[in-house]
Structures are given as C-alpha cells and as structure tokens.
Design a protein around this ligand. Sequence first.
Ligand code: NAD
Ligand code: IPM
Ligand code: MN
Length: 347
Amino acid sequence: MKIAVFAGDGIGPEVTREAVRVLEALGLSGLELVEGDVGAAAWRKHGHPLPPQTLAIAHEADAILFGAVGDFECDNLERALRPEQAILGLRKELGLFANLRPARVFAGLEDLSTLRLEIANKIDLLIIRELNGDVYFGEKGIRILPDGRRQGYDLMSYAEDEVRRIAHVGFRAAQGRRGKLCSVDKANVLETSQLWRDVVLEVATEYPDVELSHMYVDNAAMQLVKNPGQFDVVVTGNIFGDILSDQASMCVGSIGLLASAAMAEGTKGLYEPIHGSAPDIAGKGLANPMASILSAAMLLRHSFGLEAEARRIEDAVAGALADGIRGGDLGGSHGTAAIGDAVLERL
Ligand code: NAD
Ligand code: IPM
Ligand code: MN
C-alpha cells in the first residue's frame, strides 16, 4: 500500500496531517507513506508547482492523498507556474478522468445543512464529474483584437470517447445505488453539451435498468437546493461539476465535509477534499479536517477495496459530529487537531 501524500498549500498540510494520523491509526499492514511537494510550496522550493520528482512519486504510488493548492502570492505568475497546475497536471498526467464527489447527510445530522430539515434529510447523491477535458484543458489565452481590445478565450470541447467513458462510470455507479442517473449539461446553448447528451443517450442503450434523465445546469443548480433528494447519481462535465459540487457541500453542511476521489481506469486514484487552500483561515488551526479524513476513507475503499476500514472512518466522523464536535465552518469552535483527536478516539 504505497500512498503518496501531497499536502500542498494553506490548510492543505493542516487537514492532511489529521487524515494521515487516521490512516496510521488503523494499523494496516504494508502501509507506506511517501511525501511530495506540490503547489506554491513546490514552486518556492523547486521552481515548479508539479516538479518531476513529485510526478515520479505519483506514478509509483498505488494511491495519492492530496491536500490543497493555491496561494494568492502566485496569482500573477504565468499560468503554467501557478499552484493549481499541480492538481490539474496530476489529473491529466495520471489519466484521472472520473471524479466521484459524494454528498450525503449523515443520519441525525440534518441540522448541519443550510437547507430546511425536511429537505436536508433526503440528501444522498453522488456527483460524477469528468476531470480531463472541457473548458479546463482547451486552447486558452488573452489576445489582442484587430481594433486593439483584449479578448480572453477558453475553448470548451469534449470528444465522444471522453463523454462515453465518463457516461459508463455514471451508469455503473447508478446500478450500484438507487438506479437513477441525471446527466447535467447545457445542450440548449452549447454544441459541446449537445454531443455530450447524444453520447450519453447512445451509452444508455447498454443500461436499460438505469433510469436516465437530462437536466440543464442552471435548472440543476436550482433543483439542488429545492429538492436535492431527487438526485441519485449526477454525471456532468468538468466545469459544471466543479460548481455544483461546492453547492452540494452546503446542502450537506459545509465544504469542510466533502471528500472526493479522482479515478483512472482501474484502482489508481487521487483523493482530496473538494475545498481549496482556504487562505483566509490558513495557519490558524481552524480548518475542518473531516473532508480530508473522509477522503482517506474513500482511498481505502476505491484503491484498496477496504470497505470495512472505510466505514470505520466514516462512522468515527459521523460519531464525532453527532457528539457536537464541530469546526467553525459548522458554527462550532473545535480546531483542526481537536477534531482529528475526536475522530481518532471514536476510531
Ligand atoms: P476554498 O475552498 O479554499 O475556500 C472557500 C471558503 O471555504 C473559505 O472561506 C474557506 O475558509 C472555507 N473553507 C474551505 N475549506 C475549509 C475547511 N476545511 N474548514 C473550514 N473552512 C473551510 O476556495 P477559494 O477561497 O475559492 O480558493 C482558495 C485557493 O484554493 C485558491 O487559490 C484556489 O485556486 C484554491 N483551490 C484549490 C483546490 C484544490 O487544491 N483542489 C480546490 C479549490 C480551490
Ligand atoms: C477543485 C478545484 C480545482 C478545479 C482548481 C483548484 C483547479 O476548484 O478541485 O474543485 O477547478 O478543479
Ligand atoms: Mn472546485
């Protein structure tokens, strides 16, 4: 079990430390943790946010536990050197195309949601976000038009095989859950989305047991707060999935609670909280490490098939929450280490 640990910037190292303590506490045989530099921290040390030695560690590892990257001091660097390129580069280089972002309200913890109780108690959805394509990876730049005006552009595109493989992930996930898949797009305006919808419909013929629906992304954003219980599995492109998953985190209670898995074909995966480096609270011991700890649980489940251990971690987190252990993001006063301690105690 070779696990690369890339803690990164801001609260990344703070929350990852707690997730590592949890992993170590399980006493798994063969567990080997290898640290590597990413993000602004790596840029300062090695001149690049994703240096070759880090990439080599990532290639050798069975799984990666990732913290967060991002630092305002780097916001004016040329794009290739910005911290965010570390996570984008890892996703692309390792072919991590399928991003699983589950959003589930723990039983009895409906009051954490910013939604009304009777709406929050039905939330158990899985956002499957495509991670290797879309407007993220198309041609982009800022150019000067003939009349002298500056114009920014980012090309949005999906090739049919890219849509097909994420659609299969969506249908298979739905088969393993409540059998419902909602494909989110903007086919009423975007050709990229029209192809997306056409290909999803083609793939659907292989999954007659799955109930497929389509929804425009603006409506999906609305439905997510109106009636989130209607969703089982949501499959969508890179940018829509990015935005909808931050929103889904508040339906559950906080962005400090949402974990994610970025999977390649097979069991290799990168696991990270969906939140960023949170520069506003970094270095203060205030970050909620639960999303990172829950990412470690996903790592055990999806890369190593350790379902029982993953459940133990999730139950320990739910138990801590049920006992009133809450970070500032949830209106509580527990700090990062105290939350880590509380989860460890219950483990
Ligand atoms: P963010 O997720 O870092 O923070 C948004 C808000 O949520 C902030 O108020 C923050 O304090 C709060 N928050 C986030 N995580 C929290 C936690 N665990 N506990 C308590 N509060 C938490 O998003 P942002 O402010 O838009 O971005 C900050 C930086 O992070 C940027 O540089 C951005 O590019 C980067 N980022 C990185 C990743 C990643 O590494 N995967 C993800 C998102 C954003
Ligand atoms: C996320 C983040 C990243 C993304 C950024 C930091 C590149 O927002 O993981 O959700 O947009 O994918
Ligand atoms: Mn995001």
